[in-house]
Design a binder for this molecule. Structure first.
Ligand SMILES: Cc1ncc(COP(=O)(O)O)c(C=O)c1O
Length: 370
C-alpha cells in the first residue's frame, strides 16, 4: 500500500505504529525554528490555522498527544465542581487516559451503554443527563463523543440531535476525533460539518495519518487559550515545534486522501475472514476489525503466537490496518487466523476450546487494547 517498506508494514497492533515517510522527514529539514511557547513558530502556527479552518473553527492548538488534547479541552470547559462528563462507556477519555478526568478535572463521569451496542443516540444521552439544581448530584456540563469509536462511525444526524439537546441545556460538546479523519474520509462529510456540532474537537495526526507526533485541538479562541494554559501546566509546551508540525502537515496532505483505500483493504480482509467462518464484535466500517475470538473458540495467545511465527505482530482481537500495512502481511494474517481456527477446532474435538472467559464484561475485553 506504500511505495517503500516501513517497519509498520507487518504490525497489526495499532494505526499508531506508522512511521514517518521520506517526505515528512524532508519537510522537517525545511521547517521553521521559532519557539512555539512564544507562539513564534510559523510552521506550527500555519498547521494550527490549517486544521482549525478544515474544521470550521477560529482557533487551533498543536499538542503532543490525543490524551493531552482531550484532557485539556475537557478541563477548559469545566469551572466549578461538582460536575460530570457524559460519554460512551467505552470512550477513550474515560477508559484509557489514566484516570485524567478524575485527577485533572475533578470530574464525575456518566458512562453510558449505547442501546444499539454501536453508538450513543440522543435518546441514550437524554436518559442519563443530570440536570437541575439537586444538591445531591454532579450536573452534566460536557457531553464527550468519540468518532470513530472502535472504527465505527457515529452518524452525523445523531450527533446533530445530541448537540441540539446539549445546547438546549447549556451543556458543552467535545469530540474525541482522534480518528475523525477516518469518519470524514469514509462518509465524505467534511470535518467542518462535524465541527458545527462541537465546542471543541481533538484530531490526532499521529494515528492513521502517520505523523510521528501530534494532535490539533480546535474551538473558539477563548477555550483554546484556556487549553493552552493547561498544556503549559502539563509540561506540554514545545519549543521548536515546527519540526513536528511540518511532518504533521505532510501527513494531512499525503495520507488523508489514502484513508479511503485503507478502509477498502480492511473491509476486503474482513469479508475474507468472514468466509473463513470468523465473526466480528462490532461492524467493520473503517480501519479496524474486532474479531469475535470467543465465538470462534480461538485463544488470543494462540493467534498472537501464530502471527509471531509468520513474522507479523497481532495484538489479539483487534486488527488495525493502516496505509503502510503490506499486502504480504495481510496474506500472513489470514494464514495465522486459519491456523488458529484449526487449533481451536482440534482443541474443541479434544473436549477443550482453551479460551479463558475474559474478566469483567465482554465489551471491556473487546476494547482492552483501544
Ligand atoms: C480514540 C482515541 N482517543 C485518544 C487517544 C489518545 O491518543 P494518544 O495515544 O496520542 O494520547 C487514542 C489512542 O489510541 C484513541 O484511540
Amino acid at each position: 500500500m506504500t511505495e517503500y517498506e516501513s517497519i509498520a508494514a507487518t504490525d497489526f497492533k495499532s494505526d499508531t505504529v506508522t512511521t514517518p515517510t521520506p517526505s515528512m522527514l524532508q519537510a522537517m529539514l525545511t521547517a521553521t525554528h521559532g519557539d512555539d511557547v512564544y507562539k513564534e513558530d510559523k510552521t506550527t502556527n500555519d498547521l494550527q490555522v490549517r486544521v482549525a479552518e478544515m474544521c470550521g473553527k477560529p482557533a487551533g492548538l498543536f499538542v503532543v498527544s490525543g490524551t493531552m488534547g482531550n484532557q485539556i479541552c475537557l478541563r477548559a470547559h469545566l469551572h466549578q465542581p461538582p460536575y460530570s462528563i457524559l460519554c460512551d462507556y467505552r470512550a477513550h477519555v474515560y477508559t484509557h487516559e489514566a484516570g485524567g478526568l478524575a485527577t485533572l478535572s475533578q470530574a464525575m463521569v456518566t458512562p453510558v451503554h449505547p442501546r444499539n451496542e454501536i453508538y450513543l443516540t440522543a435518546e441514550d444521552v437524554e436518559n442519563y443527563l443530570i440536570l437541575g439544581d439537586d444538591i445531591h448530584t454532579a450536573p452534566t456540563r460536557v457531553i464527550s463523543l468519540e468518532n470513530t469509536l472502535g472504527g465505527t462511525i457515529m452518524p452525523i444526524e445523531e450527533i446533530a440531535k445530541i448537540s441540539s439537546l446539549a445546547r438546549q441545556h447549556g451543556i458543552k460538546m467535545h469530540l474525541d476525533g482522534a480518528r475523525l479523519w477516518n469518519a470524514a474520509a469514509e462518509t465524505g462529510i467534511p470535518l467542518s460539518e462535524y465541527g458545527k456540532h462541537f465546542d471543541t474537537m481533538s484530531l490526532c495526526i499521529s494515528k492513521g495519518l502517520g505523523a510521528p507526533v501530534g494532535t490539533v485541538i480546535v474551538g473558539e479562541p477563548d477555550v483554546i487559550q484556556t487549553a493552552n494554559w493547561f498544556r503549559k501546566q502539563a509540561g506540554g509546551g514545545i519549543r521548536q515545534a515546527g519540526l513536528l508540525a511540518a511532518a504533521a502537515d505532510v501527513a494531512i496532505t499525503e495520507t488523508f486522501p489514502k484513508l479511503k483505500l485503507t478502509h477498502e483493504v480492511t473491509k476486503k480482509l474482513a469479508s475474507e475472514l468472514e468466509e473463513m467462518g470468523l465473526t466480528f464484535q462490532i461492524p467493520v466500517q473503517t480501519n479496524f476489525i474486532f474479531l469475535d475470538l470467543m465465538k470462534a473458540g480461538i485463544d488470543p495467545a494462540v493467534l498472537v503466537e501464530e502471527g509471531n511465527k509468520l513474522g507479523i505482530t497481532i495484538a489479539g482481537a483487534r486488527i488495525a490496518i493502516h496505509y503502510q500495512t503490506s499486502t504480504a502481511a495481510i496474506e500472513k494474517l489470514k494464514l495465522a487466523v486459519k491456523k488458529s481456527l484449526e487449533i481451536a477446532k482440534q482443541r474443541h474435538a479434544n473436549g477443550s476450546n482453551g479460551v479463558k472467559k475474559p474478566q469483567g464484561s465482554l465489551a471491556y475485553a473487546v476494547y482492552d487494547k483501544l
